[in-house]
Design a protein around this ligand. Structure first.
Ligand SMILES: *Cc1c(COP(=O)(O)O)cnc(C)c1O
Length: 432
């Protein structure tokens, strides 16, 4: 072995990208990254469980979890050891080959989803890509059935790729790009008569929806609505696609949200997953329920280079294993309830929508984006606003009682701080 090869084996990413104060790193960011995300809130350098540290050494309690992704928190030892050993054994092989991890991961997902015989999984790298696969399956069905319409919901978010974007309601995300996939109609969520009317002329190829709308501020879809979608799609041969990218993999206290609805009676034809599935490693999946839904895309009609590689499926297997063997579904229910109770006692909180650790909080008298900034800059707390009035929380599924208490106390201090500074600025305005 040459000297340079030996050196390479002891390099760390810190050697390749040395630490600097946040201000300098953010300047380099401005000069080298595209502005699609605006300015990042902080440069983060290290994490452990529900804590992260920034480049200036400040500690935060992370109640956003990389947007519902870090199911086991930062630097979980199981994920670290499984990924490290997998990378040292076999990292990537392409889908011209398969691996034991890929097969075991597909089997585990089917088992946890209580999928019937003939069900099957397609692995992708992200939520958008899982939804692209589902949309392609719906388009196959549209082509063969001659039924032209695809239904989605107002308030939906299905991703930023062109197909997923066609199904995403927010005009500001779609309209800059002109024509997307045609034939998509957006219905008002939970309006059963509008749903029935949309099916009246038997021209629906598929319906795609989130069981709880995450980006819209954790807005639940009624059980009755989900069941009616299931009945109507079944009766007309249309496909029901549930986007469980945010709600799936234990986030709401069930493995998948549809399992909490009427004992699984709203089991879809296709379900998409990503976010928490790899506990931080990028991995997405589409689950087809039953042989018909699982064979809509035949050999050659879809594919991916990275999707389902040994590293990604090892991360997913380890995540599912940890949730199952550490009783995390139960923890999610308990800690979620603890947080909801605490939030309800805060005067500025007008509504809490809590489904396990998938939590939306409506506020009065203070702007949610201002609270996010104050909490982060002055109270060591990372939270997220989905709108002017609404916070979203998506902490790790293994959050502890003590961490939940710490969250409530830091949030309360941040609210008091913001309220006091608003009072001061109003008072100084009155003087001027
Ligand atoms: C985040 C999200 C997506 C998009 O996932 P990406 O990994 O960002 O492509 C799609 N659907 C839902 C419900 C999401 O929350």
């Amino acid at each position: 072995m040459t000297d340079s090869q030996q050196e390479t084996t002891v390099l760390t990413s810190q050697d390749l990208a040395p630490a600097q104060p946040s201000s300098q790193l953010l300047q380099r960011y401005q000069d080298s990254l595209m502005g699609v995300f605006g300015t990042p809130q902080q440069v983060l350098v290290r994490g452990s469980g529900a804590r992260v540290w920034d480049a200036d050494g400040r500690e935060y309690l992370d109640m956003l979890g990389g947007i519902a992704v870090n199911a086991l928190g930062h630097a979980h030892p199981l994920i670290t050891s499984v990924l490290t050993s997998q990378q040292a054994t076999l990292g990537h092989i392409s889908n011209l080959f398969t691996s034991p991890t890929q097969i075991a991961c597909a089997e585990k997902l089917l088992q946890l989803a209580q999928a019937p015989a003939g069900s099957a999984v397609f692995f992708a790298n992200s939520g958008s890509e899982a939804n692209e696969a589902a949309l392609k399956a719906v388009l196959r069905h549209r082509q063969s059935s001659g039924k032209g319409r695809i239904l989605a919901l107002e308030g939906s978010f299905h991703g930023r790729t062109l197909g997923a974007l066609s199904l995403t309601h927010k005009a500001a995300y779609r309209e800059p790009f002109g024509e997307l996939i045609g034939g998509v109609d957006f219905l008002a969520p939970n309006d059963i008569s509008a749903l029935e009317a949309a099916f009246a002329d038997d021209d629906v190829a598929g319906v795609i929806l989130e069981p709880i709308q995450g980006e819209a501020g954790v807005k639940p879809i009624d059980d009755a609505y989900l069941l009616r979608v299931r009945e109507l799609t079944r009766a007309t041969g249309a496909l029901m696609v549930l986007d469980e990218v945010q709600t799936g993999v234990g986030r709401t206290g069930d493995w998948f949200r549809f399992q909490a609805v009427a004992d699984g009676a709203a089991q879809p034809d296709l379900m998409t997953l990503a976010k928490g599935l790899g506990s931080g490693f990028p991995v997405g999946a589409m689950v087809g329920f039953g042989p018909q839904a699982s064979t809509l895309l035949s050999a050659g009609q879809h594919g991916t280079t990275f999707g389902g590689n040994p590293l990604a499926t090892a991360a997913a297997l380890a995540t599912l294993h940890a949730i199952e063997t550490s009783g995390l579904l139960q923890n999610v229910q308990q800690i979620g309830a603890q947080i909801a109770t605490g939030l309800q006692a805060i005067p500025q909180v007008t509504e809490v929508r809590q489904y396990g650790l998938h939590i939306g909080v409506d506020l009065a008298d203070i702007a949610a984006p201002d609270l996010v900034t104050t909490a982060r800059e002055r109270h060591g707390l990372i939270i997220n606003a989905t709108g002017e009035k609404t916070l979203r929380l998506a902490p790790p599924l293994n959050l502890t009682v003590e961490e939940a208490e710490l969250f409530l106390s830091r949030l309360t201090s941040a609210i008091a701080d913001l309220t006091a500074s608003q009072a001061t600025s109003t008072a100084s305005k009155d003087h001027s």
